[in-house]
Design a protein around this ligand. Structure first.
Ligand SMILES: Cc1ncc(COP(=O)(O)O)c(C=O)c1O
Length: 415
């Protein structure tokens, strides 16, 4: 999606700002197809469900829905975006998450979406719904936790001890109208390595074997956490060569295939977020001024750390500089520091987006922050400034998919 300086300026001027997000929907489609194909080629009965929390921009979710992806949501807010805004039906929506109001649990179960219950209190709430509708048949998933290599236990889910599996079986039997369809797990406290994924899938397979015995589970849900495509400058920060989608499939999907070699094995669900969106969105900022202060060179932009702050493992996300072609605006670097810092639009002294970037920078240049697709955008607060617009490129055209925020947007909920 590389844009020229003139294209960046023209986009920035459309909404009257010097910064914006740019989303590449072609790259999104490519990521989705590559990940899905890698899994489906290994284990045909695989279904991907996109993790809305990673970036719930409706243009992203709609594009994935059109490709056959399901939705994975963790709150009523995300459920509403999935089902009301984007139009996912309940049958292709998975609901996870540790904290829910009873009314929401009831709504999801009555809609028929698969709820992966994360804690005993949610099983109690679900049981009440099942008792209230004795004529209906329900099905739920259960999120399990067990120690995995390079991560240990997750704080989420129910420990998959023999006692707890017995308790789940008793819960199911006592109700009579609710079936546990399968187990789910997701780890965000672990490395994203193949070693970690091997123990994730082994834990799920052994809990499924213990619980379902000769009967097969309807599904096995490995969660998300896959690394996506990235440049070497980012990859080396993860300590090892990042696994490819095919590597993950060989580890996870192949383990499920080996456990269920005959036709009619469980559906393998995966909930990718980062792997599908991280590299599809960049944050583009025009340099408004370059200051030399106390031996530092500071490039001021209309964006803040809050726009690009999400770093899963403290990584430094790469930037690219698109130079202002008019060289007359470039000051002589002779007496300047050899590196520059990029400083933000808030009144926080520490709002420094990048430090000690080698090379020159001039007012009018654009700084493009890469890998802003996962979490960064949804974690952005309207602190001091409202959020910037998003443009999306797809098959050679560019369109606005989120306008810049206004004071009315920000204050709409204050009474
Ligand atoms: C239950 C669940 N599934 C999937 C994801 C997506 O994770 P990632 O973006 O690392 O793929 C998350 C993220 O926290 C999650 O909590």
């Amino acid at each position: 999606m590389p844009l020229t300086h003139a294209q960046m300026r023209s986009l920035a001027e459309q909404e009257g700002l010097s910064s914006f997000y740019l989303l590449d929907l072609d790259a999104l489609e490519q990521n989705y197809r590559r990940l899905r194909d890698a899994f489906v080629d290994t284990y045909a009965s695989t279904q991907l469900a996109y993790s809305f929390k990673t970036n719930y921009t409706p243009a992203i979710c709609s594009a994935l829905k059109q490709l056959g992806c399901w939705a994975e949501v963790v709150s009523e807010l995300e459920y509403d975006i999935a089902t009301k805004t984007v139009g996912f039906d309940a049958a292709s929506t998975l609901v996870n998450g540790p904290v829910h109001e009873p009314s929401f649990v009831r709504r999801v179960l009555l809609d028929g979406a698969l709820f992966n219950l994360d804690a005993w209190y949610l099983l109690d709430v679900a049981a009440q719904v099942c008792r209230d509708y004795p004529q209906r048949e329900f099905r739920v998933g259960v999120r399990l936790t067990f120690p995995i290599e390079e991560g240990g236990f997750s704080r989420f889910g129910i420990e998959s001890s023999p006692e707890n599996l017995d308790r789940l079986a008793a819960w199911q039997q006592a109700l009579g109208n609710c079936r546990i369809a399968g187990f789910h797990s997701h780890y965000s406290n672990s490395s994203r390595s193949l070693t970690s994924f091997r123990s994730r899938v082994e834990g799920l397979l052994s809990a499924s074997a213990a619980f379902f015995g000769p009967d097969r589970p309807e599904l096995i849900n490995i969660g998300g956490g896959f690394l996506g495509e990235m440049p070497a400058s980012l990859a080396h920060q993860y300590g090892e060569t990042p696994p490819t989608f095919e590597d993950y499939a060989a580890q996870v999907a192949d383990a499920v295939r080996r456990a269920y070699p005959d036709a009619g094995g469980p559906m393998l669900l995966a909930e990718p977020g980062t792997a599908i969106v991280a590299n599809t969105m960049v944050f583009v900022c025009r340099v408004l001024e370059v200051k030399n202060l106390g031996g530092r060179r500071l490039a001021l932009i209309d964006g803040s750390k809050n726009n690009v702050k999400f770093k899963k493992q403290g990584e430094t996300l790469p930037i690219e500089i698109v130079r202002e072609p008019d060289a007359s605006t470039r000051s002589s670097p002779a007496d300047e520091a050899p590196t520059f810092d990029v400083v933000g639009n808030t009144c926080i002294e520490k709002d420094v987006l990048c430090s000690s970037v080698p090379g020159t920078i001039a007012s009018g240049d654009y700084i493009v922050f890469q890998y802003a697709g996962g979490y960064s955008h949804v974690l952005k607060q309207p602190f001091i400034h409202p959020c910037q617009p998003i443009y999306a490129t797809q098959k050679g055209t560019t369109r606005l998919v989120k306008r810049k925020e206004t004071v009315e947007d920000i204050l709409a909920t204050y009474l």
